[in-house]
Write a protein that binds this ligand. Structure first.
Ligand code: NAD
Length: 332
């Protein structure tokens, strides 16, 4: 329902998993959208139907090209910043990837916003900023924050630059530390990986680590909904021009349970689960994340699904997608 004038929205990473859902939602709400994406991991196919409507344009551009970025941004009202390196393991092999695509890219965007007088920013951060201390539910006020991957360091640095630009140059930012986002349209993440592995070998599922990794999972539609809710309902002031919100659920799912759920949903009850062992799935993985989501709850928003329910709904969506069956949020 539109309860405000339509906006011209600039979505970085809009051809990615989360970005393409953001684009769909904003268009449905009556906004006009420009997608800015270098298509390194993004896919035009995800937004192709919207490009034909005339309300959505795609600029193939890179955050690391400040001139192209500034030119494309001109004339927009608000930015949803989702572009980033999202391959956490790649950041361990090529150690400048997160510095470039999470930190420098974000700084270039902030500078382009300052130059063009674009004030409002929604920033996709992550619960990974809490590092390896999140055995207790972490509130937004937790600290010190000591990331254990270059990706997490990139996200936390991004938050810091966003905050500084807001305080110095009059920008306003809603920063969201996402739980693990799952659901239709994704091409990464544990639920997707398990389905892919089981499609290749229906008799055995390899699980990285000991299976005891424990994290919150958030269904994609709820992720977009939570961001939009905060942006519309939570006014930021000059005194507090940047704020950070945990976006997820206080429930968590064990990786071994994700394996069980995916096996059940694929109907492969005889499949064996083989754990590679070790606390972490890979170097840089924080095995436990618990998020305190009271702040969003107090503001009037919470998820409708537990983490387990989000995982099962995502598995159903992804299996149906593979089988060519359309799903809608109401059916999952
Ligand atoms: P994704 O990889 O599907 O989307 C990222 C998009 O950014 C891709 O389309 C890619 O082509 C684009 N991109 C990357 N570098 C770019 C650059 N330099 N210039 C222009 N475009 C560039 O990932 P996603 O899962 O949709 O994640 C979106 C955002 O949410 C990211 O910032 C990610 O860090 C954050 N996030 C995601 C999750 C999750 O579970 N998926 C969790 C926490 C935070």
């Amino acid at each position: 329902m539109i309860n405000r004038p339509p906006e011209r929205v600039f979505v970085t990473g809009g051809a990615g998993f989360i970005g393409s859902h953001v684009v769909a939602r904003l268009l449905a709400e009556g906004d006009r959208v420009t997608v800015f994406d270098n298509l390194s991991r993004g896919k035009v196919g995800r937004i192709e139907p919207y490009l034909e409507t005339g309300d959505c344009a795609l600029v193939r551009g890179d955050l690391l090209d400040p001139n192209a970025l500034s030119e494309a941004l001109r004339g927009h009202d608000v930015v949803w910043h989702l572009a980033a390196n999202t391959d956490i393991r790649a950041g361990t092999r090529a150690v400048d990837v997160d510095l470039k695509h999470c930190v420098v890219g974000t700084c270039n965007l902030l500078e382009a916003m300052r130059q063009n007088g674009v004030r409002d920013l929604l920033f996709a951060s992550s619960g990974v900023v809490y590092g390896d201390f999140a055995a207790d539910a972490m509130p937004e006020s937790a600290g010190p924050l000591l990331p254990v991957s270059l990706y997490a360091a990139g996200k936390l640095s991004g938050e810091a630059f966003v905050s500084a630009y807001c305080h110095l140059f009059g920008l306003r930012a809603w920063m969201f530390r996402f739980a693990n986002v799952v659901g239709r349209g994704t091409d990464h993440g544990v639920v997707y990986d398990f389905i892919q592995k089981l499609r290749r070998d229906p008799t055995e599922l390899e699980v990285l680590g000991d299976g005891n990794q424990l994290k919150p999972y958030l269904l994609i539609d709820e992720c977009v909904d939570g961001m939009l809710y905060a942006y519309r309902r939570i006014p930021l002031s000059d005194a507090r021009p940047a704020d950070v919100f945990n976006l997820g659920t206080d429930t968590v799912t064990r990786v071994s349970d994700i394996a069980r759920i995916v096996i059940e949903e694929l109907g492969l009850v005889g499949a064996r689960i083989r754990f590679t062992g070790g606390r972490r799935g890979w170097p840089g993985d924080a095995p436990v994340l618990r998020m305190d989501v009271e702040k969003m709850r107090r503001l009037g928003w919470s998820t409708t699904r537990t983490s387990d329910e989000a995982v099962r709904a995502a598995a159903r969506q992804l299996i149906a997608e593979h089988d060519g069956v359309a799903t809608s949020p109401a059916r999952d």
